[in-house]
Design a protein around this ligand. Structure first.
Ligand SMILES: *Cc1c(COP(=O)(O)O)cnc(C)c1O
Length: 390
């Protein structure tokens, strides 16, 4: 199999919904992968923030393989162990109370929307169902999470969308206040807008939103699908802001490369959803949860998280010094780089030619390297980026 053969076959039978680059990845290890011709690439993407421990981490793979030959799947009508471990680890280390397991980020947010509406209905009766999100946010691709997504480009073609969402400007508390009505039941935020351009929220704004939520009994819901599980140098990005959300959604990094999603809730919401209210066939899959449980043991330690933060600082300084770079923003190993002279997509294309995988986010070149990338690999990637920008 060659790259060209695979591209042709794929184009003949796979729906054309992704603007794929002319690269076919055959195998990977840590922060490196190889195409079908054997060419090596340094990975500054982790999928899109998914492979938190890089490609095919040995201990993670062993946990997954061990579980795959013990118990692969059973329905959620019975108890299984690995998911309980994941929920236990995440609740114990956050002070949150309960977890629901889904299979993707969109589903995680979709579930959070249901929870918010029922929380409010149980407490206040009908008519209080609106959820406020931010302009430029991204919350998923289902019909409801597209409504939640505060970007006009996503609100075309698929009418009618789910009603009951409004969007306020990030870092503008008066806009938020003006859009909260007697119908509002929750505010859903990304602490660092990922798809929107790697834009961290300002601390003062987040504190004001949290205070407003408290005052009006709106659920404070944080979308940690991209920022969670160590990505920003803390287990969750909201922990940088000193707030206590009632709902936290997770996905991408938690599975280490396998599909998982879910949401954590605090005590006030732990009994909102009961038997029959919410479910998914594949949720809490034992194989995926065995990998996630292993991954949390690796990632959720003070030393590992400190290392992520330090590598993030190192990368940020080196990036800022590259030719043409005017701004580096983000937190930990979630970074956006503005290079006004070079369109981000061109930088990504040049990276593939020279052996470096990068992402874009709006006008920025986006970096989401594996959390355990080595300094040597960071330097290799930076050398390639330097070549591209020189
Ligand atoms: C990727 C992403 C989603 C959607 O996740 P899927 O697994 O693709 O459904 C939702 N929210 C944020 C912040 C994301 O980055």
């Amino acid at each position: 199999m060659t790259t060209n053969q695979l591209m042709q076959e794929s184009q003949s039978c796979v729906m054309n919904t992704y603007g794929r680059f002319p690269l076919a990845i055959q195998r990977g290890k840590g922060a490196k992968c190889w195409d079908f011709e054997g060419k090596e690439y340094i990975d500054f993407t982790s999928g899109i923030g998914v492979n938190a421990l890089g490609f095919c981490h040995e201990g993670w793979a062993a946990a997954v393989i061990g579980q795959i030959s013990t118990l692969t799947h059973t329905s959620n009508l019975y108890y299984t162990a690995p998911g309980v471990q994941v929920a236990k680890k995440l609740t114990e280390s956050t002070g949150l109370s309960k977890m629901f397991f889904a299979n993707s980020g969109a589903e995680a947010n979709e579930g959070a929307v249901k929870l918010a509406r029922k929380y409010s209905r149980d407490k206040y009766g009908e008519g209080r169902y609106e959820i406020l999100t931010l302009v430029n946010s991204f919350h998923g691709r289902t019909v409801t999470t597209l409504s939640a997504t505060g970007q006009e480009v996503f609100h075309r073609n698929f009418f009618p969308f789910t009603e009951g969402f409004s969007h306020a400007e990030a870092n503008n508390i008066s806009d938020v206040k003006s859009k909260v009505t007697e119908k509002t039941c929750a505010i859903l935020l990304e602490m660092v807008q990922g798809e929107g351009g790697v834009l961290p929220l300002e601390e003062e704004f987040v504190r004001q939103v949290a205070a407003l939520c408290k005052e009006k009994d709106l659920l404070l819901m944080v979308d940690e699908v991209q920022t969670g599980i160590g990505r920003t140098g803390k287990l969750f990005a909201y922990q940088h802001y000193g707030i206590s959300p009632q709902v936290v959604t997770v996905a991408k990094g938690l599975g280490g490369g396998l599909p998982i999603g879910g949401f954590l809730v605090d005590e006030s919401c732990q009994n909102v959803l009961g038997p029959g209210d919410h479910a998914t066939t594949f949720g809490m899959n034992p194989v995926i949860c065995a990998g996630a449980s292993y991954l949390l043991d690796q990632v959720n330690t003070p030393a590992f998280l400190k290392d992520v933060a330090e590598k993030g600082e190192y990368l940020r300084e080196k990036l800022a010094a590259l030719p043409g770079v005017t701004q580096v923003r983000g937190k930990g190993l979630m970074l956006g780089v503005e290079i006004p002279g070079k369109p981000a997509a061109n930088v990504v294309k040049a990276g593939i030619e020279k052996g470096l995988l990068l992402l874009t986010a709006k006008t920025a070149v986006r970096l989401l390297p594996p959390l355990n990338i080595t300094y040597e690999e960071i330097d290799q990637g930076l050398a390639i980026l330097n070549e591209i920008l020189s």
